[in-house]
Design a protein around this ligand. Structure first.
Ligand SMILES: N[C@@H](CCC(=O)N[C@@H](CS)C(=O)NCC(=O)O)C(=O)O
Length: 174
């Protein structure tokens, strides 16, 4: 999912870009050229050719960089901008890691024969209330904020993947 975030942003904002795919099976994400762009050796990362090849890694930082650069999907009002940052942090520090681990233990480890009920229960239990919080936010968000902000939209999208397992959460309709 993280790799799609900048792509979705650029498509929605109708900004041109070149996409370079990284082959995980060849560990390209850990190659020297890529580590110069993202020292953490993970996708996504971008290079802005219109800004002296400035590179940005971490999906939230990329979204924020693009939003500021192109004036898209970021409210002008100071408080609303802060709210956007709060929900972006919520996605990155809560939903992203917890659902990422829930997904890992269910969809990657288990099919390889490493079933770990304790880990599955732990990360599913951590994920569900976070999705409830997001659900409530989307239902009760101020009417003045007409469009979903970047983090809400991406969190809803990200949450959709495991929604059947999370139950009782209404995020899917978004
Ligand atoms: N916090 C980072 C997470 C990046 C991340 O974990 N990317 C995964 C793909 S979703 C990756 O590149 N995994 C390959 C690896 O860890 O070697 C972000 O939001 O950009």
């Amino acid at each position: 999912m993280n790799g799609w975030k900048p792509v979705i942003f650029l498509e929605e904002a109708e900004i041109g870009y070149d996409l370079i795919t990284i082959d995980f099976s060849k560990k390209e994400q850990k190659s020297d050229w890529f580590l110069k762009i993202n020292p953490n050796g993970r996708i996504p990362a971008i290079v802005d050719r219109t800004n002296s090849d400035f590179s940005v890694f971490e999906s939230a930082a990329i979204l924020w960089y693009l939003a500021e650069k192109y004036g898209k999907f970021l409210p002008h009002d100071k408080n609303e901008k802060s709210e956007t940052l709060q929900w972006l942090m919520f996605q990155m520090s809560g939903i992203g890691p917890m659902m990422g681990q829930a997904m890992y233990f269910q969809r990657i480890a288990e099919p390889k024969g490493h079933r770990d009920d304790f880990a599955i229960e732990r990360y599913t239990a951590e994920s569900r209330p976070l999705l409830e919080v997001l659900n409530t936010r989307i239902e009760q968000r101020p009417a003045t904020m007409k469009a979903l902000t970047i983090p809400e939209a991406f969190t809803a999208f990200f949450g959709e993947g495991d929604i059947e397992k999370m139950q009782s959460v209404n995020v899917k309709k978004f």
